[in-house]
Design a protein around this ligand. Structure first.
Ligand code: ZN
Length: 239
């Protein structure tokens, strides 16, 4: 039996029981075990990890744990690996439908299929370099997942804040540019082209419309938009 010590920094401590937070944790193990496996055994999924040092030297998650070593684990920061905004995309697990809609409303390319299997989510995330958002640590621990984040909060506005802050998205928001139903990019549409689909009140009071080329849904800046803006503006500082 071997053992080593692990110290976790920042929000990685969210995954630890209170008694282990901000303190050296002793892990015992048999045979050859990777740092990925040893750190994940504490409940921390590897996509949340930015850098690892062993006895103050840079190390990799595939390195083997060494008897008596001291391992420091630093959280992922968006600056660690530059995810370029024009390439940034998300894929969400089936429990985060509301967050998916709101990320689309903020203009972010967001895949969401409520019935997708974990294996598919992980594989698509890897193949398309999408950030996998989930509350399922087991899903994030799958080896193929490179970019991923475990949503901490229950409330939608807090969840949005987590994602926007983590990936520095504040400047990249393009409100109402994507269809919340299907992720299509909304296009302006002439009122005359869709007038027969509108209720009388909408036809009377609104003149600007957008349509999703993918699913055909028509949108306008009605009172529902004000409610959405209220929800979102609370989380956007000075905006
Ligand atoms: Zn659509």
């Amino acid at each position: 039996m071997s053992s080593l010590q692990v110290l976790c920094f920042g929000d990685l401590n969210d995954f630890l029981p209170i008694r282990d937070r901000e303190s050296w944790i002793s892990i015992s193990f048999q045979g050859r075990q990777t740092l990925k496996h040893l750190i994940e055994s504490l409940g921390i999924p590897h996509p949340e990890i930015g850098t690892v040092t062993v006895d103050d030297q840079p190390a990799g998650l595939d390195d083997f744990g060494l008897e008596g070593s001291r391992v420091q684990v630093i959280p992922f920061r968006s600056g660690d690996i530059r995810l370029r905004p024009e390439e940034l995309g998300f894929i969400l697990d089936g429990h985060l439908g509301k967050l998916a809609s709101y990320l689309r409303i903020l203009g972010f390319d967001t895949l969401y299929h409520p019935d997708a299997a974990d294996e598919t989510l992980a594989a698509t995330s890897a193949a398309e370099q999408r950030v996998l958002l989930t509350r399922d640590r087991g899903l994030l621990k799958r080896r193929v997942v490179v970019y991923g984040y475990c949503i901490r909060h229950d409330e939608i506005s807090r969840q949005l804040q987590e994602v926007v802050n983590r990936y520095n998205l504040l400047e990249e928001i393009k409100l109402f540019s994507r269809c919340p139903r299907c992720n299509g990019r909304l296009m302006p549409v002439e009122k005359s082209a869709i007038a027969d689909r509108l209720l009388a009140n909408t036809r009377q009071f609104f003149n600007q419309f957008w349509q999703c080329p993918a699913c055909g849904q028509v949108y306008w800046r009605g009172s529902h938009v004000d409610r959405i803006l209220e929800q979102i503006q609370g989380l956007l500082p000075d905006r």
